[in-house]
Design a protein around this ligand. Sequence first.
Ligand code: G3H
Length: 536
Amino acid sequence: MELTNLFPTPAGVPDAHQQPYLEQREWLVDGELRAWRGPLMEVVSPICTREGERLTPKVIGAFPALTSTEALECLDAAVRAWDAGRGQWPTMTVEARIGCVARFTAAMKEKRAEIVRLLMWEIGKSYADSCKEFDRTIEYVHATIEALKELDRSSSRFELVEGIAAQVRRAPFGVTLCMGPFNYPLNETFTTLIPALIMGNTVLFKPARYGVLLNRPLLEAFRDCFPKGVVNTLYGDGKALIGPVMQTGKVDVLAFIGSAATANLIEKQHPFPNRLRTVLGLNAKNPAIVLDDADLPSAVKECLAGALSFNGQRCTALKILFVQRKLADRFVAELSRGVDALVPGMPWDDGAQVTPLPESGKRQSLEALVDDAKAKGARVVNAKGGLTAGTLYFPAVLYPVPLGSRLANEEQFGPVVPVVPFGDEKEVLDFVAASSFGQQASVFSTSAERLAKLIDPLVNQVCRVNVNSMCQRGPDVFPFTGRKDSADGTLSVSDALRAFSIRTLVAAKQGPLNEGLLRTIVRERKSGFLSTDFIF
Ligand code: G3H
């Protein structure tokens, strides 16, 4: 198999997937698309072009390298739109805000083809998975709207307790900085951006380093569907932009999905830590625990998909496989066969499962992890493991990986699968307990009794235990969170609405005066908050 030949020649990209050079100069601030005249940052696609044997990274566009001046303008616009909670957006009725988000979603749907193509070119995601990411995002927004309607309906009433009448609702926090990850640059960003917006917060939105251009088709819709200053875009080097914004102390919520190290750096710059709310999705190293009575074909299938979907670049990926010794050799042989049968190719190639990696220097960092594990006694057991060309890296299965290796402890976030043999379940449970990660785990066995003995200790170490199934975030109505260094806050369609708002109430001692006043406010619709209107 010659990986190099999988890259297209300059003329070899199918017409339907051609990506014209996209020079983005526009950035959205205070309801305006401004044209940036300053320096740009190049977007280099993970898809290289091939001339003979030579692979050249393809530059597909550029976006503004804004400076701290523009970042602070964005912040000021968001602060003005919030206006200490008196702005048009935070005081708008829930129904009217839902209307804005619904209009935005309708406009977004029209951009599907452009966004899907950019997902392929910017992060190397397969066509099928790029379509799935787009469609899942639209469904998420629809589900969010329905969940908010339900939340609003249940709050559209007064409670009478101990002589006090109160209406309890959820109110926004203020200015929210949303930063998404490169692996789901649309979906994961929108799973914080949309709930933050729909609850009445104003937003600064900074795309991840890879997956910036795909937001360009949405800028007009953001401008046209929301009041000015409610959505503002930050483009450029995060280090240059985020520090000055945080140091003002004017950001009320940080929604960040990425590494714990970066989240810590950002949080630390805020001068009033108690004022800053955080919603964080951070590193994970989800283990699979395969007992010796597991159903082998199904355990291998789930572990393979769990470890290597989108080249292992999922926060929920299975990043370490513990296999009980009696089954380990057979498991590894089956897994290696399955991995070697994966189809490498370009994102648009039919059935491509191994696609180019977007992160610069990724191949080297994977090789360093593999070399360290090899030096400590592991072997690459699949024939094609570690073959590379340009940005393609064929997944490598390593076995037996010692617990003292970097690969057993660090998040690889890529196509390297460490398999660790074990004897007693306690060895694995101790490892999980000592780990700084705590997102999810998968357990594989055909024994109800043995599964139960793993489930009970694991639910106190991670936040989702998957039985004979890979780890995953979805369905999106399920709570998605983590313990230890893996997350702060819970996301799901309905939990996200709670994460970006706070329960707030208006209360009055009962009596003729107060009851009359409350009745008049409600009947004459004098308040957006105090209201018993029912959204259908
Ligand atoms: O990167 C982390 C994503 O939230 C994972 O989502 O499990 O649906 O692929 P997923």
